[in-house]
Each structure stands twice: as structure tokens, then as C-alpha cells.
Design a protein around this ligand. Structure first.
Ligand code: GUN
Ligand code: ZN
Length: 442
């Protein structure tokens, strides 16, 4: 039996705001010999270890479960704002861009999730991969099958994870075995909301796949459901690929642009997030910002599927909430660390290099804000849920060698995002407790 109180010592780093492109001084807190004091799964205190220790009684200290991570970085658990658990088996599928990739690889893989045993095994695998990569919260697409949501939510609940998931709604332009109807989407979504929404740390996310695979009637249903109950989330895809965008233009000729389709059906606003958002007109950028509609930046997927370069700096300038995402299985890695490395390369192509502090903000607090979960997670302010990842910035020979030549915080964080990956994960804690052992020894 583990204690209800944990003490985590290490190099604590977390964010209070966007560091911007010039490392705004009050946007983050770095405590090299820092400590987190966690009671009943929530941060109760944080500070320099010497000061935090002085605030505790000897009995309190003796009763706590202690983790001393020395020089390792302790960051808030990473937030993957867009991914597909049923697509773990189609990562690394050759040669196609989005629409052919969906038809030839993704839809056949998702059809197998009619079998609840397939879904349960895949959900267990996926959740274990997330934890091994330091990800503690994700916004997750299931398949059209309601049992696929049950399998994922149950796997997340067993580990007490804060997760969003929903049943894909898709009633046209997909194989018949993957299509629902307006009526079945309504019935199944309502039953899943009843079963899982706000149960523990779980929330339901309405999941119309994207505009081309839902009829106008189904998009209207999704909008009505979003308005019908407090705290429901919405996730979908937007402006990923030029052929996709042209298709949306043909299917919805009355709408101004792709975003306007979702706007028309009431699918913009708080707790809505769209994957990709690469090819947007100025009006779409403006409307996302003023409605509070978030964008998920998926650089490994956007490069792998040849979709394009998302300008995260322009989106942030416009006031859009942006989170980082793997988009597994269009994306090529479960690691948000590797994803940051790719985000940096994309940002270089666009002439706005992503600075390291802003990068780690994107992977933590910005993701929590993009998902409207920042009252619960995203940093270590007292009262927040104590999910964290411990990273060894010298886990590999290449990192250790590089950091001999400069080890300031910015250099460490930059080397980590360019050279680092899941080998740097020492441990993942969920509500204070160790949930994943990680891949790096200290
Ligand atoms: N657009 C519609 N469905 C999908 C999907 O599964 N993956 C990606 N990357 N884009 C999509
Ligand atoms: Zn996606």
C-alpha cells in the first residue's frame, strides 16, 4: 500500500504562461534543487527543497513516499492534444497522402475494432505507450464502434488518467461497416456520455471525423449534442490536405471555407479542438481565435503525410490556442519529445524558430489550455493534479556529449527536444504515484 503523500525532488520546471519568442522571465519557474509535495494526488506545495522541507513537520516527512530524482528534470505530464488509438498498427504505412492513406490503411485497421477484444488489447497497448513516453493526458479518437470507447476509457480509468475520448461519427464516404447513421450516432454518443463523461478524470469528446465523412444532418447533431450538456468536448480535423479542402468545397458549396462548415453547425467554441489547421485563410484564423477554438500542431504527421507546414507562431500571434500532438498513426512517434524536434524543423522552414522554453510550454501548459483542462493539469501550481514526467537530459551518449559544451537551462531543453526521445523518460507519475517506469536509468 502506497502513502497518500508523495515528495518528489529534482529539477522542477513548469510554466505559468507562454514564454513567447524571448523567454519571458515570469512565464516559467525553474527550481534546480526543487521539490513537489503531493497530497491525495494534488500538488499541495512546491519550492526549493530547503524551503519546502522547513515547512513540513518531521512526522509529515517521515510519512511521505519519497522520490529523489537528483538533477533530472521534473515537468508536468506531457499533453497529446490529438491522436488515434486504433491507428497504432498503421504507423509507418508507405507512400500515400491523406485521402488514399485513410482508404487504404486506416479504414481497414479501424474496421477490426468491431471486435471488443481487438479494442481492449489496442487500448491497453496505447495507454502503456503513452505513459512510457511521458504523456499523461491525451485527446483520443476511438473508432465508430461504441465498444472502442469503452475499451479506451476503461484502460484510462484503471490508471486514473485524465483523458478525453469519443466515438467517431461518420455516416458517409467511408466503407459501410465503418458508417453509423444520424440516429445511431445520437443513441451511441448519448449512452457513452452517460457512461463515461465526468467519471473520475475522464471526459467525453464528440468526434465527428471530419466534414467530408458526416452528412450535414450528422454535423448538426454533433453541434446540438455539444450545446446540450456542460463540459462536453469536440475533436475533429481541419484544413490538413489540399485535396481534402477542395472536396469540402464541393460538398459544402454554400460555406465560406472549411472552418465555416464547422461554424455553421455550431462546432466552434470552448473545448473544441481541430487537428492540423495547416491551410487556413485569414478569416479562418481570426474566427478560431475569437471563438476559442483550438488547433493541434501535428508536425510528424504533417510531414509524414506530406500535408504541409503549420505556422504555430502565426497561430499564437493571432491568439489561437495551440497544443502539440502526435496524431498517431498519421504521426510517426508516440513521443512528444521527438514531436518537438520536428516542430522546431517546421518552424525553421517558416522562419520563426521555436525557442526551447516555448516548446516545452507547448508540450505541457499550452496543451492543457488547448483542451480547456488547465484548471486541473498543465503545471504544478498548488491544487493542480500531480501528473509529471521525469526526464534525464543526458540519457544518451549524444546528449551527454553535447551538453559538455553548454548546459544552461535553455541549452539543456533545446538539446533534449532535438536529440532526446523516450529514452530520456525516467518515470511517469500519475496523481503522484509512479504509473510508468520509463526507459532511462538515472
Ligand atoms: N482526417 C480524417 N480522418 C483522419 C485521420 O484518421 N488521420 C488524419 N491525419 N487525418 C484525418
Ligand atoms: Zn487525426
Amino acid at each position: 500500500p502506497t502513502s497518500a503523500t508523495q515528495l518528489i525532488r529534482g529539477h522542477i520546471l513548469h510554466f505559468l504562461a507562454d514564454p513567447g519568442e524571448h523567454d519571458a522571465a515570469d512565464s516559467y519557474q525553474s527550481l534546480p534543487d526543487g521539490a513537489l509535495w503531493i497530497v491525495d494526488g494534488r500538488v499541495a506545495d512546491l519550492g526549493p527543497w530547503a524551503e519546502l522541507r522547513a515547512r513540513r513537520t518531521p512526522d509529515e516527512l517521515a510519512g511521505a513516499e519519497c522520490f529523489d530524482y537528483g538533477q533530472q528534470l521534473v515537468l508536468p505530464g506531457l499533453v497529446d492534444t490529438h491522436c488515434h488509438y486504433p491507428q497504432s498498427g498503421v504507423i509507418a504505412s508507405f507512400g500515400h497522402q491523406l485521402l488514399d492513406w485513410l482508404n487504404d490503411y486506416t479504414f481497414p485497421a479501424e474496421a477490426a475494432f468491431a471486435d471488443p477484444c481487438v479494442a481492449e488489447a489496442a487500448a491497453e497497448y496505447f495507454v502503456e505507450r503513452l505513459l512510457a513516453h511521458g504523456t499523461t493526458t491525451a485527446s483520443v479518437f476511438a473508432t465508430v464502434h461504441p465498444q472502442s470507447v469503452d475499451a479506451f476509457m476503461a484502460a484510462a480509468e484503471r490508471r486514473q488518467l485524465r483523458m478525453l475520448c469519443g466515438k467517431v461519427m461518420m455516416d458517409r464516404h467511408a466503407p459501410p461497416e465503418l458508417c453509423d447513421t444520424v440516429a445511431s450516432a445520437e443513441r451511441d454518443s448519448l449512452a457513452l456520455i452517460e457512461r463515461w463523461h465526468r467519471r473520475g478524470r475522464l471526459r467525453y469528446s464528440l468526434t465527428p471525423r471530419f466534414a467530408p465523412t458526416s452528412t450535414p444532418e450528422q454535423l448538426a447533431l454533433a453541434g446540438a449534442l455539444y450545446r446540450s450538456q456542460p463540459d462536453l468536448h469536440v475533436q475533429s480535423h481541419l484544413a490538413e490536405n489540399p485535396d481534402e479542402i477542395a472536396w469540402v468545397g464541393q460538398l459544402f458549396p454554400q460555406r465560406r471555407d472549411y472552418l465555416d462548415v464547422y461554424a455553421h453547425y455550431g462546432l466552434l467554441g470552448p473545448r473544441t479542438i481541430y487537428g492540423h489547421c495547416i491551410h487556413l485563410a485569414p478569416e479562418e484564423i481570426r474566427d478560431m481565435a475569437h471563438t476559442g477554438t483550438a488547433a493541434a500542431f501535428c508536425p510528424t504527421s504533417n510531414l509524414f503525410l506530406g500535408s504541409g507546414l503549420f505556422n504555430h507562431a502565426a497561430a499564437l500571434d493571432a491568439g489561437i490556442r495551440v497544443g502539440l500532438a502526435t496524431d498517431v498513426g498519421g504521426g510517426t512517434s508516440f513521443s512528444l519529445i521527438r514531436t518537438l524536434g520536428e516542430a522546431y524543423k517546421v518552424s525553421q522552414m517558416l522562419g520563426r524558430p521555436l525557442p526551447p522554453l516555448r516548446a516545452w510550454w507547448l508540450a505541457t501548459l499550452a496543451g492543457a489550455r488547448a483542451l480547456y483542462l488547465d484548471e486541473h493539469i498543465g503545471n504544478f501550481l498548488p491544487g493542480k493534479e500531480a501528473d509529471c514526467v521525469v526526464l534525464n537530459p543526458t540519457a544518451t551518449p549524444e546528449l551527454a556529449y553535447r551538453l559538455q559544451y553548454g548546459g544552461s537551462l535553455s541549452e539543456q531543453l533545446f538539446a533534449l527536444m532535438v536529440l532526446g526521445d523516450e529514452r530520456c523518460v525516467v518515470a511517469t507519475h500519475v496523481l503522484g504515484r509512479v504509473a510508468g517506469k520509463g526507459n532511462s536509468s538515472v
